[in-house]
Structures are given as C-alpha cells and as structure tokens.
Unconditional design. Structure first.
Length: 78
C-alpha cells in the first residue's frame, strides 16, 4: 500500500500537473510544434525571472547553455 504524500511531495505533484495542463493547452491552441515551443519559452521566462531575482547567475548560465544546445540541434545542417 502507498504512503500518503508529504506536503512538499504534494506541492511538487500539483506543480507538475499544472505544468502538464499548461503544456497541453498550448499544444491544443497552437499545434504540436509551435505549442511545445511556446511552452518552452514560458518555462524559460518563468525560471529565468526567478533566477534573476535570486541573483543566481549559475542558473542563468545553465539556461543559456541549454538554449544554445537546442538552437544548435535544430539549426545544424545535415
């Protein structure tokens, strides 16, 4: 039998469910590719703003690195 979730686990689970609902809504509204892209932009903006307020330069560098990796993946000529 499963144990009840702790407060922090429940908060994390609700946050995940909310984000998946947001993602599905973007995809429903804009289509698969564009909806996923808009969702990614929303996540980056949200997490970037939080990291900026905290003064977390390392998190901002990691996000920039990840975005650059995504850019390279989809723009390199095969």
């Amino acid at each position: 039998m499963n144990r009840p979730l702790t407060k922090s686990e429940l908060r994390s689970e609700n946050s995940r469910k909310y984000l998946m609902k947001q993602r599905d809504e973007y995809i429903r509204r804009h289509g698969e590719d564009l909806g996923a892209f808009y969702f990614l932009l929303m996540l980056m903006q949200t997490h970037g703003s939080k990291a900026h307020r905290r003064g977390d330069v390392q998190a901002l560098r990691l996000m920039a690195h990840d975005l650059h990796g995504i850019y390279l993946k989809y723009t390199q000529q095969q």
